[in-house]
Design a protein around this ligand. Sequence first.
Ligand SMILES: Cc1cc2nc3c(=O)[nH]c(=O)nc-3n(C[C@H](O)[C@H](O)[C@H](O)COP(=O)(O)OP(=O)(O)OC[C@H]3O[C@@H](n4cnc5c(N)ncnc54)[C@H](O)[C@@H]3O)c2cc1C
Length: 455
Amino acid sequence: MKNKENAIVVGAGLVGSLWSILLAKRGYKVDLYEQRSDVRKKGFIGGRSINLAMSHRGWKALEKAGVDQKIRELSIPMHGRMMHSTTGELTFQPYGKQNEAIYSVSRGGLNLELLNIADSFENVTINFDEKCLGIDTKTKTVGFSNYATKEKTSQDADLIFGTDGAFSAVRDSIQRRPRFNYSQDYLEHGYKELSIPPLPNGDFALDKNALHIWPRGHFMLIALPNIDGSFTCTLFLPFEGEVSFEKLTDNETVLAFFEKYFADTIPLIPNLLEEFSENPTSGLVTVKCSPWSYANKVMLMGDASHAIVPFYGQGMNSGFEDCTVLDELIDINEGDWLETFKEFNDARITDANAISELAKRNFVEMRDSVGNDLFLLRKKIEKHLNKKYPKQFLPVYSMVSFSHIRYSEALAELDRQDKLFERILKIDDIKNNWADNPQVDVVFLEWHESFLINN
Ligand SMILES: Cc1cc2nc3c(=O)[nH]c(=O)nc-3n(C[C@H](O)[C@H](O)[C@H](O)COP(=O)(O)OP(=O)(O)OC[C@H]3O[C@@H](n4cnc5c(N)ncnc54)[C@H](O)[C@@H]3O)c2cc1C
């Protein structure tokens, strides 16, 4: 599988555009196909979230592509969570150390920038309005249908990358092959976006350097800042049940729901009722599959191989990390794609499954635990232990968002840290004396030692 020269990338979303840039930098002739029209001519058509939280893994991949500086200029740092109680009290909880933040970036702006850079390479051709129909498993070619001309074509290349999102046509065609594992499940919750415009003087209506959360047990509202001074809010709520989207059928029920649970947001969302009835309610899907490669020629990346729920803000970040890891493996294997595909499958599927699990668990944390005293106490003690024992203890949130430690290691560490905190939180009067309590150190050091012995 050496000496590959040309590649087809299906889907010019976030991952496909970035991967095309990295391939182009290596000298590959890249044909990037996208079902939508050129967003640069027609304006960006939304769909999924308007903004996204970018963290270390995403930045590293953007750095490789040489676009990180430009995107940083268009991003807003969020240093922690700002929790809003039902009575309007605010509690701020930093995500990491003082200089650590996750960044709110515009999905459309980021995609546009990546497309422009991909397009600036002579060896990249972007083909818009081309809907992928799937892989012909006999000829190992890709079928496309052009929206304008209705013409159907079949394209071939040395390598084919499926970056066509959670409902991937590339994956769909290889899914029918023997021994291909696939699962898809929907969360009982859906989501709806709403917006908080800037104040009349142009200022942000809330603290712009925080990710705002209104945790309400089984559901929640969040808000991320945009550079134009607005916030995009997302309501995560079950589709069915006592408190659910199905019960919010008219202006009265929507208003009563907001008055009861999110009263402080009503003056901030002037078009609440219009937006609630006009904006779609969308589902949240988790997709897992293996292997991600087919016939030593096709590779799935990003949501096409691992769509996850958005509660750790890692869907795009993990897709971008796919690009970093695959790019590094090409170097390590000196262009041997057979070995590269094998190693990529082996490493990344385990990590994708791990972040999928972490994202599901983080939903419980965000909607429920962040408002809970014991949880807040744990966060304070985590910070204290990290400061006192920086080499031995790193909070799992930091591992995921501010490091490149494998997701599978972060998941294993979460289980381990849960056991540590089961013990620490049982220490007498821990709420009032955690900071200088020698018992905390005893329990911590025992826990750490048992890890060293077992490893
Ligand atoms: C509400 C919400 C909030 C989120 N927030 C975050 C966050 O804060 N941080 C984060 O890291 N992630 C977040 N995510 C996840 C993130 O959006 C995805 O992981 C990311 O968009 C995946 O990128 P992708 O390029 O793999 O797929 P996509 O972005 O879905 O792009 C796929 C592309 O392929 C094209 N395509 C699809 N089918 C075909 C076809 N048949 N032929 C040709 N082209 C096709 C599509 O038009 C699209 O351009 C969030 C997701 C949701 C739903």
